[in-house]
Write a protein that binds this ligand. Sequence first.
Ligand SMILES: Cc1cc2nc3c(=O)[nH]c(=O)nc-3n(C[C@H](O)[C@H](O)[C@H](O)COP(=O)(O)OP(=O)(O)OC[C@H]3O[C@@H](n4cnc5c(N)ncnc54)[C@H](O)[C@@H]3O)c2cc1C
Ligand SMILES: NC(=O)c1ccc[n+]([C@@H]2O[C@H](COP(=O)([O-])OP(=O)(O)OC[C@H]3O[C@@H](n4cnc5c(N)ncnc54)[C@H](O)[C@@H]3O)[C@@H](O)[C@H]2O)c1
Length: 470
Amino acid sequence: MSEEFDVIVIGAGPAGENVIARAARGGLSTAIVEESLVGGECGYFACIPSKILLRPVELAAETGRTPGLGPGMIDTGAALARRDEVVSNLDDTRAAAALKEVPAQLFRGRGRLAGPKRVEVTLADGGTARLTARHAVVLATGSRPVIPPIPGMAEANPWTSHEATAVRTVPRRLAVLGGGVVACELAQAMHGLGAVETTVLVRGQALLERLEPFAGQFVADSFVTSGIDVRTGARVTRVERRVRNGEVTIHLAGGPPLVADELLVATGRVPASGGLGLDTVGLTPGSPVQVDDSMRAVGVDGGWLYAVSDINGRALLTHMGKYQGRLCGDVIVARAKGEPDDLPAMRDVTTASGVPQVIFTDPQIGAVGLTEAAAREKGYRVRVVEYDMAAVSGAYVREPSYRGRAKAVVDEDRKVLLGVTFVGPGVAELVHSATIAVTAQVPLERLWHAVPSFPTVSEVWLRLLETYGL
Ligand SMILES: Cc1cc2nc3c(=O)[nH]c(=O)nc-3n(C[C@H](O)[C@H](O)[C@H](O)COP(=O)(O)OP(=O)(O)OC[C@H]3O[C@@H](n4cnc5c(N)ncnc54)[C@H](O)[C@@H]3O)c2cc1C
Ligand SMILES: NC(=O)c1ccc[n+]([C@@H]2O[C@H](COP(=O)([O-])OP(=O)(O)OC[C@H]3O[C@@H](n4cnc5c(N)ncnc54)[C@H](O)[C@@H]3O)[C@@H](O)[C@H]2O)c1
């Protein structure tokens, strides 16, 4: 089979879906290649199931802190059933049908580049489809988890986030390796759902080291309070699982081994760029595909190759992948039609200004832009203001024992915000206000007139600006 399309996308995750939606809106014909489920990791094994599993745990903790309500009881079976429903029982029929509406032609199989503008698909039925792009090929294949080369680790068949988010029986004893976002969110979800003995093994000295230091400290305190064992400076020397599905022994430098029913490895992710035929167009397989701010791959003759989201390594976040997908689709349309391709909405400005992220632990963390350390490293003249979120009326109304903190990093030369971090219950919905202020570079004196409603947690904005001196 040999066919021609204006645009061919490999990978039907959220980023790839956004590329074809914009390209089709611009009148181009599109094909999308998917080897697994239409919708990608995010919908079935990452963002969505992890948040669904965390939600009852968060609510149970909040009711436990609310006078008049008792500690919430979690029905794990019901929570897992809700997870199954939300991930459509891993059935992508509806998602695939939605592609027809775009319209885009779906090829089910594994795609790879086979030279300039050419894509070869090993189809699910064993056949091969040979596709040619008139204008562009877009790589949107996401990322995959890293399993560190620790003796015995691979043989022990550890969980990654994939298995954890698809859990059917929550292990009673769970060891988690890593101190990043996946480790924190899934340790808390599993612990709340029945992993009574949860131990988090952190190589460094703190959780969530890329954020403001107080953020990881709040989460660590909450873990300890809820009974999760957090061990910093932990070095795993060897892993042993004698019987398939039996207990796993994790040997640690300078201490007794840890025995658990399951080991979850959450030690980062790498771009899924291996086996994609990158070598056929002069790029290095396995590495992130470097792109310019229009998502066009750097170093490919003719400028027909693009890469969006996790595979380009810019920001491993769904909302950022979708943003890149939208602008990439628009740029491809503009270039195909010979129209201006450098409109303001057609370039990624967020890599320079810093991206927003929410970590759905209890307490939640919401952050956007630069941390103080990153801003200083970039040479900004920085002033920092911090505020205890518990002192805000809205926080006190929400929970009398509210614990949280806010921090704003100000560029003293331009009097605009470079970064903001909130930690506390329910701060997820506060982040977009900070994203607008940081991305739009709203002058602090103008921000002063954005009056937060009383009594909401958003009043922390007023307190931060007052602390600054307004
Ligand atoms: C546990 C966990 C929780 C997360 N939670 C959040 C969150 O709350 N918020 C957030 O913003 N981000 C979150 N992320 C990150 C988010 O999942 C990713 O950034 C996002 O999925 C990237 O989207 P994508 O479209 O690039 O890739 P994916 O969603 O991974 O989709 C890529 C698709 O490409 C397909 N594919 C790969 N190679 C080929 C090939 N050769 N041929 C055909 N098809 C191929 C795959 O099967 C997959 O369907 C989380 C990640 C994890 C691991
Ligand atoms: N809510 C969200 O937005 C959300 C949720 C989950 C994941 N994600 C995205 O997924 C990406 C991957 O998350 P992650 O937590 O896997 O990666 P990460 O890079 O955030 O954290 C990796 C952790 O593993 C540790 N580590 C690395 N190698 C190790 C080793 N050999 N031994 C012991 N520890 C080791 C690191 O010190 C770090 O603590 C993140 O970049 C994040 O953007 C986002």
